[in-house]
Design a protein. Structure first.
Length: 237
């Protein structure tokens, strides 16, 4: 079996504040996307990385990646992305060579995921799971609410039992054919999804969770950049 990683990196990252597209923002002087590609390339299982660039930014991203050394012999392909994360992933899948059997989908916004976590996800797919997510227990209690957009108080509808909840990260791993089918179904039905495994769940196929890692957190808000810089500085020390 051959495992490839698809990295959707076409988002603008508006929640992070004004500036460059999120994947091109730097951590320790190096663009987040380069960290993410290196994290995939360091994993033993991954021999190919497909980077999905902003629709008009594929040439710029290619140059950026050529300017930064990657560990090992991992091949990197760059393709233009789409208007949504889902579309960007679909375009990345379409660029995979025929011999790829297993796919990891990894957010550029999770630049510090350790190689061991990547390999654990890949291993679970190789052992036959059609879909695998890295997941962590929650520190916060979670409430379901009736959402309001006017800033007023929201009615609380319920409190799921925290011990049964997990926050899921990436890379999420898939049997290639399963993920391709899931994306086709969701595209046909015109529905949105916030993660790839959720699309596989809608096919009625089993998804399993393996241990995630605290350093696989998503860089979304300005405070996450502070944390990411600190993690990186500690690694380099
Ligand atoms: O916005 P969010 O943090 O959920 O984005 C998750 C990942 O999806 C990021 O790596 C982002 O670059 C990517 N994305 C994409 N194409 C889009 C929107 C988001 O590749 N149109």
């Amino acid at each position: 079996r051959r495992t490839a990683a698809v990295i959707p990196a076409a988002g603008r990252g508006v929640r992070l504040g004004p500036g460059a597209p999120k994947a091109l923002r730097t951590l320790g002087g190096i663009p987040m996307l380069v960290h993410a590609v290196r994290a995939m390339a360091r994993a033993r299982a991954v021999s190919l990385v497909v980077v999905v660039a902003p629709p008009d930014g594929a040439a710029e991203v290619r140059t950026l990646l050529d300017d930064h050394a990657l560990p090992g012999t991992t091949e990197v392909i760059v393709v233009p992305g789409g208007a949504t994360r889902q579309e960007s992933v679909r375009l990345g899948l379409a660029a995979l060579p025929v011999d790829v059997t297993d796919v990891l989908v990894h957010d550029a916004a999770r630049p510090l995921v350790p190689a061991e976590t990547v390999d654990a996800v890949a291993a679970a797919v190789r052992q036959g799971a059609p879909a695998v997510v890295p997941a962590l227990p929650l520190a916060d209690t979670v409430k379901e609410v009736e959402p309001r957009s006017d800033g007023g108080p929201e009615a609380v509808l319920g409190t799921p039992e925290r011990a049964r909840l997990r926050a899921v990260q990436t890379p999420q791993g898939f049997d290639r054919e399963t993920l391709t089918r899931a994306h086709e179904k969701v595209a046909l039905e015109g529905e949105g999804a916030t993660d790839d495994a959720g699309m596989v769940e809608r096919l009625g196929l089993p998804v399993v969770a393996v241990a995630g890692h605290e350093q696989a957190f998503k860089v979304t808000r300005p405070l996450d950049l502070v944390l990411a810089e600190a993690v990186l500085a500690r690694r380099r020390a």
